[in-house]
Design a protein around this ligand. Structure first.
Ligand SMILES: [Fe+2]
Length: 138
């Protein structure tokens, strides 16, 4: 049975369906990684998961940045910087995994859990306070 390392909660909702769906997909990706770790398969799947994570977060960040621009969010650059920092951090994990896939997996799981929860909270604060038009709200 699939185990949940992270569980989606209603208070994770940022009020915008498109972004919520993408955050749910990120939760699912983290859980997929956790299950591989639990089944001792992380060495086989670490490359695939890291590249999926890189591709999907790039796509997800571009969605969020689209909303920031569309609604003239004043701190857009700060958030774009946070997105870039995340991509850079993942690159360091990609480099480190050559030394020890197990240590990297362990550190990566902790990083992703903290990062996603903080990311959702921060984006949630932005979007809930933004004057979004009704068409994008849930
Ligand atoms: Fe996000």
């Amino acid at each position: 049975m699939e185990k949940e390392f992270l569980r989606w909660q209603e208070d994770y909702s940022v009020g915008v369906r498109e972004i919520d769906e993408q955050h749910k997909r990120l939760v699912a990706l983290i859980n997929k990684f956790y299950n591989a770790f639990y089944d001792h398969k992380h060495k086989e799947v670490i490359d695939e998961i890291l590249s999926e994570l890189t591709d999907y977060t790039r796509y997800h960040f571009s969605t969020e940045e689209k909303y920031f621009r569309q609604f003239n969010y004043s701190d857009t650059l700060i958030h774009i910087k946070e997105h870039k920092d995340f991509i850079e951090k993942i690159k360091t994990f990609i480099a480190e995994k050559e030394i020890s896939a197990s240590t990297t997996t362990f550190k990566l799981m902790a990083f992703l859990q903290n990062w996603l929860i903080n990311h959702i909270k921060s984006i949630r604060n932005v979007l809930l306070n933004m004057d979004l038009n009704k068409s994008v709200r849930l």
